[in-house]
Every structure is written in C-alpha cells, then in structure tokens.
Design a protein around this ligand. Structure first.
Ligand code: ZN
Length: 309
C-alpha cells in the first residue's frame, strides 16, 4: 500500500475573481471545478489543475470573501513547488510573470514568486519522469507549461516529532534534513520542512489550509485504520463526491488529508466543459437558485478550451 504523491493542496482566498485571473489567466491552469465549500455552501470552493483535473496538479481554494491576509508559521505549508520541463521554461515564466506585474526571484535555478494574496510558489526543473500534468491554456506553449506539483514546503519547530508518522505509518522515505519523499507506483512528490519563523502563524487569505496525499480507492479505509493505530486522530471517511477524504493533523501541526484517486471531476460534468458552470453535489442541488444569485460572478478566461487527449 503506497500513497501516490500529492493529491491536492487547499488554500484560502479572499478574492475569488482575482484568484481565477491569476491561476487561470496568468499561470495557465485549468479551472476544473467551480463548486461550493461543503462545510459552508454560501462560498466557493475552486479547483485548478491540469486539463484533465488530475491528482498531482490540483490546487484548490476556499473563498472567504475579503478575508484578512494570513501569515504562515509553524505547522503551516508556506510554499508550493511546481515542476517545469526546462531552464527555458523558467526563463519563460520569469518574463510572463513580470509582464503580468508579478515580482519574481531567481534562487539556485528556481523561480520564486507569490500570488496576489501572498501565497508562495516556486518553479523547478523536473528531476523525475512522472507524467507532466499540463493545464492546456491556449496562450502557454505546452512544453513551457507548469507540469504539476513537485513539493510542498512546511514550517516546523520540531520536524523530528513527525518522523515516525511520516515514515512508519505513511511510508514516506528519506527524511534527511527534513526532506521527505512520498512516492507510489505512478507518481511521487516531496514534503519538506523548513525552520519556522518567529511570527505567530495566522491562517488567512494567501495561506495553505491543508495538503492531501493520494490513495487508491481500495486502500482508503486501510489508510485510516493505520493512522488511527499510530495514535493520530483521523476523521471518519467523508464523501466529497469527487473523492473521499480523511483528515488528521500530523505531529508538526500541518493538516493532512488522504484523498482517493477518483471518482474525479468528470463525475458530474462533461470533460470538455469542466468548471464552466456551478457544480453542486446532490445534497446541495436544492440550494442552486439561491446560490447562483449570491455567489460572486467569476470570469473563466479559458472556457470551452479544447482538451487534448
Ligand atoms: Zn482537501
């Protein structure tokens, strides 16, 4: 039983419109699902990913309208690292982000920048041959596009406290200098600790809420049992409609989720038109009329884009 790397990363935005414009318009991801927060259906839950909505490329945002900016501290993810194919892609993104008014910084071959609400990102040249997960934006050449997650970096005061759970329970490997790999038969990614800054951690706009790792559907319940047996406190299995989820906090304080690969985002929408209309899981469908009136109207820069097989 192995986790297949990072499934999705969920963060918080106070500005859903600006969020779509940045992640779709600038970064060239595809908005693959526009739905509501299942714990508060009056606000959005937006999902960006590659053109197929694949785990491994899925960055999601809870909308808390006008939320105050947060600041990552101990127990929080502070940066999302994406793969690109080449040095040429790094140079392309440096120019493209500058043209969009986003400041960037080159650090040891990587490119760092923040989204408009301060969420940290980094692009690195891929060093593994996992399938590239490409957003398919019409204005981003495929060979230069983002290719899915490489890593998440989190702050910890005492990363050793997480070692046993990561290695013995979740099957992460490595761990030297707080650098862990989580890899299955198809895909993998890194989970890396950095020393926590002095600031008091504050969840808010521009911060990561949780990180999910990918499980085969048939292993999901067994992962929950294993986490429980290790003394962590997993939630019951929650059916999120597009996948099933179990949540727990790892010892460094980061909120983890184990999410199933599938059923996926085509469960209730045609693949060609993912994310174009408001998707509501069946339990929320009766609220549609009301929600369509109150939710923020969103642009979709690439609506109807052609999906390559
Ligand atoms: Zn999640």
């Amino acid at each position: 039983m192995k986790l297949e790397g990072i499934h999705h990363i969920t963060a918080i935005t106070g500005d859903a419109r600006g969020n779509v414009l940045f992640y779709v318009g600038t970064l060239g991801l595809r908005l693959v699902k526009k739905t509501v927060n299942q714990d508060d259906p009056t606000v959005y839950h937006l999902f960006y990913a590659d053109e197929h909505g694949s785990p491994g490329s899925d960055l999601t945002f809870f909308e808390y309208p006008d939320a105050v900016r947060g600041s990552p501290g101990a127990g929080m993810v502070h940066r999302i690292v994406w793969r690109v194919a080449s040095e040429r892609a790094i140079a392309y993104w440096e120019r493209r982000l500058a043209a969009a008014g986003t400041e960037t910084e080159r650090v040891a071959g990587a490119l760092r920048f923040s989204d408009p609400e301060g969420l940290g990102h980094e692009l690195v040249v891929a060093s593994v041959d996992d399938e590239p997960l490409v957003g398919g934006a019409p204005d981003v050449p495929r060979e230069l596009a983002l290719q899915g997650f490489d890593a998440v970096r989190a702050y910890s005061l005492e990363p050793r406290r997480s070692e046993r759970l990561l290695r013995d329970t979740l099957g992460f490997t490595g761990g030297r200098d707080g650098r862990w790999e989580v890899r299955g038969g198809q895909r993998g990614g890194l989970y890396v600790y950095d020393p926590a800054p002095e600031v008091r951690p504050r969840q808010g706009a521009g911060t990561v809420h949780h990180i999910a790792f990918a499980s085969a559907m048939e292993d999901h319940e067994a992962w929950r049992e294993r986490i429980l047996a290790a003394g962590a406190h997993p939630t019951p299995v929650i059916d999120r409609f597009y996948f099933r989820s179990v949540y727990f906090r790892e010892p460094s304080g980061v909120l983890f989720e184990i999410a199933t690969i599938g059923p996926g985002f085509a469960a209730d929408e045609d693949r060609e038109h993912l994310g174009e209309r408001l998707s509501l899981p069946p339990d929320f469908e009766p609220l549609r009329d009301r929600l369509e009136q109150t939710l923020t109207a969103l642009p979709n820069p690439h609506a109807g884009q052609e999906v390559k097989a």
